[in-house]
Design a protein around this ligand. Structure first.
Ligand SMILES: Cc1cc2nc3c(=O)[nH]c(=O)nc-3n(C[C@H](O)[C@H](O)[C@H](O)COP(=O)(O)OP(=O)(O)OC[C@H]3O[C@@H](n4cnc5c(N)ncnc54)[C@H](O)[C@@H]3O)c2cc1C
Ligand code: HEM
Length: 242
């Protein structure tokens, strides 16, 4: 464990690079490319497997399920499917061997394999529970919505009020819940982003606000930049005049 922990940054980097090279479809509507470029999210998945292993060592009598709730909610918000766990497994195990080389004896590999599947099966179960509680499947978590209103709250914050266009009522939400919105980017890639809900339920609408991410030494946020259509219109008028 300490050896994996020490190299977790490099394992996470190689895992992501390898998985997205083999499965470019995961960068269209599943993983968020801004988060990937930023780097923090790369650490999250591999790092949580290492943290889970730590929990198993300190309290072997129980699976550290409490570490999983937040992850299961994020996965369910994205429509992650049980069969995708094999892809993550293969690429993560590949990265561990690629970084640690001969240190990964068959015994070590079998131990990490066991940790991974303990965690994966617990997540798959929690996610199955979340999907069935809402009467959806990973394929039907996505719905089309119509933007009914866009309210410019401040120069940097835009509120979206969206209305359902299908025949499923909008289910009640709890404080702290969020939605994942899939946004079509100009290059054809769909970017999933989460937004906290900001209005009580009425069975018809959802409401959320986007704050623009400015370029504090890093690239501007691509979706929050798009959300400010007034600015986009100004820019395209400017481009035409150029
Ligand atoms: C549970 C949850 C709830 C949320 N609720 C809200 C909400 O209510 N309202 C809201 O506005 N946001 C919310 N967010 C954040 C939101 O989902 C987006 O992550 C955020 O708006 C940034 O999106 P973006 O398109 O502006 O940035 P992105 O383009 O996705 O970029 C993300 C970050 O990566 C950096 N980055 C991009 N490319 C690179 C690169 N090449 N190198 C280095 N860094 C790079 C950007 O500077 C930025 O800091 C929530 C997130 C979560 C997880
Ligand atoms: C045991 C296996 C897995 C573990 C331990 C794991 C762990 C995590 C963690 C810790 C996060 C961050 C949660 C947060 O931000 O709150 C995350 C997010 C995510 N996971 Fe998993 N995950 C696993 C399997 C999968 C699988 C199979 C997929 C689908 C291919 C997947 C896709 C994602 C996506 C798309 C995100 C959001 C990342 C982003 O914003 O770009 N994960 N996961």
């Amino acid at each position: 464990m300490p050896v994996v922990g020490e190299h977790i940054g490099e394992i996470a980097r190689r895992f992501c690079r390898h998985m997205f090279a083999n499965h470019p479809e995961l960068l269209d509507g599943v993983f968020n490319r801004g988060n990937q470029a930023h780097g923090e999210q790369q650490q999250a998945l591999a790092g949580s497997v290492a943290a889970f292993a730590g929990g198993l060592v300190s309290t072997p009598q129980r699976t550290p399920e409490h570490l999983l709730k937040r992850i299961a909610h994020k996965h369910a918000s994205l429509g992650i499917r049980p069969d995708q766990y094999q892809t993550v497994h293969d690429n993560l195990m590949w990265a561990i061997v690629d970084v640690l080389g001969d240190a990964v004896t068959p015994e070590v590999a079998a131990a990490w394999d066991e940790v991974y599947w303990l965690m994966a099966n617990a997540l798959i179960n929690q996610e199955r529970g979340l999907y069935s509680a809402r009467g959806v499947t990973p394929e039907t978590v996505w719905r089309k919505w119509e933007v009914e209103k866009k309210i410019k709250e401040t120069p940097d914050v835009v509120t979206f009020v969206v209305k359902r266009v299908d025949d499923r009522l909008v289910t009640t939400s709890l404080p702290g819940q969020y939605v994942t919105v899939l946004i079509d980017m100009p290059d054809g890639v769909r970017q999933p982003h989460q937004y906290s809900l900001t209005r009580a339920d009425d069975g018809e609408h959802r409401q959320f606000s986007l704050k623009r991410v400015r370029d504090n030494g890093e690239p501007e946020g691509e979706v929050s930049w798009q959300a400010d259509l007034d600015r986009r219109a100004r820019q395209s008028r400017h481009s035409r005049s150029v």
